[in-house]
Ligand binder design. Structure first.
Ligand code: AMP
Ligand code: MG
Length: 367
């Protein structure tokens, strides 16, 4: 029922690759679903102008239907066909960051189905840079609605094997184009308000966006200190994220996950001490750690070295895969360091906070 086909992104003009793209495009044109690689994570694509295809995407993911999809295009001139009242800022952002991992929220064209936009009068649009994604979008007629190709709630897929795990029997085709390069979802910026607002932090950072647009704000609900219950966090009380998808539990492994924040050596000491007790109770304990700290951990902890603290891109690339490995290994207790702040760490910390259901321990400085 689900056909898995391999494709080498660097040999897309080969006959075999062209025939795969042609067939996958036909599946999409006829209302079917295809999982495919993008530079951020794998997408679960359907024809964006086909309300029934969008309904199938929601069903395949088990996703609430008020959580809109991102429409992917592969030609600048197609933007006018999905979005209207396009402000100058959109043009400027497109020149700097498209094709690439940036999604813009714009007023939608009337013929974009409500099923695709979760009933909103706005539409999320992205022009991805991955060659397989671009070829597929063009073969499909230009407009592919695609959320991440995971079952709702699970970590986003960064390899075809993750899509196979989640979507076998639920989609027509899975295109295996190897591992993605970035590993966290696109940044989302809303351009329909008075000032541009980041709704989801991603690979294109606040600093990069501000460098092009001047000041940009981030949806205060994203920054809310969710470790505190909303009633205690007066400044952000009652805030609801503007991107509907950011309201849902997400990325979570099956085990009980906790993030520990503070000076690196103190974090290691804390995790070692807590893990010691859990190991003594016979529990299966894993930890997401950095190259810099890995050697200081209790060797009985199942360690996942996610990358260097100095190189957030290395952390982003493997984060979701490591969370899935924790599931595959039935880890019951999962600890994670907080690896850094600012820049790409905003996106990484946002995903980690969601993965651990906002269970965060802060270690105070010990003077
Ligand atoms: P995903 O496809 O899994 O990366 O999720 C898409 C994200 O884009 C979700 O968080 C959606 O809520 C968000 N999104 C899509 N369309 C809109 C829109 N029109 N307004 C605000 N957020 C949107
Ligand atoms: Mg997603």
């Amino acid at each position: 029922m689900t056909e898995v086909v391999k494709i080498d992104p660097s040999h897309l003009s080969d006959d075999a690759a062209r025939s795969v793209i042609e067939r996958a495009g036909a599946v999409l044109r006829h209302g079917g679903l295809v999982a495919f690689p993008t530079e951020t994570v794998y997408g679960l694509g359907g024809n964006a102008f086909d309300a029934e295809a969008s309904a199938r995407i929601y069903a395949a993911k088990g996703r609430p239907s008020d959580n809109p999809l991102i429409v992917h295009i592969a030609r600048m001139e197609d933007l006018d066909l999905v979005a209207s009242q396009i402000p100058p800022a959109a043009q400027v952002l497109a020149e700097h960051f498209w094709p690439g991992p940036l999604t813009m929220i714009l007023k939608k064209q009337p013929d974009v189905p409500a099923a695709t936009t979760g009933g909103l009068d706005t539409v999320a649009v992205r022009f991805p840079s991955h060659p397989v994604a671009q070829a597929l979008i063009l073969a499909a007629g230009g407009f592919v609605a695609a959320p991440s190709a995971n079952v709702s709630g699970r970590p986003s897929p960064t390899k075809a094997s993750h899509c196979i795990e989640d979507l076998t029997g639920r989609v027509n085709m899975i295109i295996d184009g190897g591992e993605v390069g970035i590993g966290v979802e696109s940044s989302i910026i809303d351009l329909t308000g008075e000032r541009p607002m980041i709704l989801r932090p991603g690979y294109v950072t606040e600093e990069m966006l501000a460098g092009v647009l001047g000041e940009v704000r981030t949806d205060p609900a994203i920054l809310a200190d969710a470790a505190e219950p909303p009633e205690k966090d007066a400044q952000h009380a009652g805030l609801r994220p503007k991107a509907p998808g950011m309201r849902y539990r997400h990325y979570a492994p099956k085990g009980h996950m906790t993030m520990v924040e503070g000076e690196a050596a103190a974090v290691v000491r804390y995790i070692n001490a807590e893990a010691e007790k859990q190991l003594a109770e016979g529990r299966r304990v894993a930890a997401l750690v950095s190259e810099e700290t890995a050697a200081s951990y209790d060797p009985r902890i199942r360690l996942h070295i996610v990358g260097s603290r100095e190189d957030p891109a290395s952390v982003a690339r493997v984060l979701f895969d490591v969370l899935r490995q924790c599931d595959a290994e039935n880890m019951e207790e999962i600890w994670s360091e907080r690896f850094g702040e600012g820049g790409l760490y905003r996106a990484i910390n946002n995903r980690l906070e969601k993965a651990c259901g906002h269970r965060i321990v802060r270690i105070q400085d010990e003077d």
